[in-house]
Write a protein that binds this ligand. Sequence first.
Ligand code: ADP
Ligand code: MG
Length: 256
Amino acid sequence: MTPAEQIDTAHALDIEGVVCRFGALVAVSDISIAIPPGERHAVLGANGAGKTTLFNMISGDITPSAGRIALFGEDITSLPPQRRVLKGLRRTYQKSLVFDGLSVRENLFLAERGVRGRRFSVLAAARNEQENAKTEALAERISLMAKLDSPAGELSHGEQRQLELGMALAGNPRVLLLDEPAAGLSLSERRQLLGMLETLPKTITLVIIEHDLDIALQAADRVTVMHNGRMLAAGTPEEISANQTVHDIYMGKNVN
Ligand SMILES: Nc1ncnc2c1ncn2[C@@H]1O[C@H](COP(=O)(O)OP(=O)(O)O)[C@@H](O)[C@H]1O
Ligand SMILES: [Mg+2]
């Protein structure tokens, strides 16, 4: 795509009227979200609201039934997932992709390798030193330096989530989609993970799926609330917490 064909460079992500149908079920119905670079955007909604399906369309794991998705102004609606990764888009999954039998170092190393696809350097020795340095920088960022050589399967649940975050950070992403990063964590583990997200540079735009209203409001600049595949509300945390419809659906209820 030439620069002249680019649509809107003002946004890191432009999601325009996306729809996902599974047979008769409309899992995502006409969702539009524009996310400026550097924003921390939370997607909030009960189980089954369509949040993960929305991520699947952004990452390319599912092709939308309708609508359009642009990354920094470039239409990526029909690009395969790996091409999106090369353009700086990363995601995590609700189900962990960590290799339990491999060490933290090896998991991070594979993530670095995976991001670069098939492009290998001929300078093997230099590459290894460089890759080691990158792996250690990632481990530092997710506070797992002390666990570099521990098998991932022996990490606590919170540490595994940190490792997933580190793997998603491989290769300097520009947009990072996190699917319920704090799910199943204890209060102190949640705090640690949220603290880690706060330290990420604003060169990374973050989209975080949460079903916990308090976490979403605390971690985000803007919030989109989904309900039954539709957009129920969108706004700043202040606007969302003042929204009567969101209150009626969320407040005092177990959204699971
Ligand atoms: N691959 C699929 N095939 C059929 N239905 C699906 C598929 N993935 C998700 N769904 C359905 O779409 C709806 C939204 O699911 P999902 O996006 O996972 O919600 P959330 O992440 O908000 O919990 C649910 O009703 C779910 O059962
Ligand atoms: Mg989900």
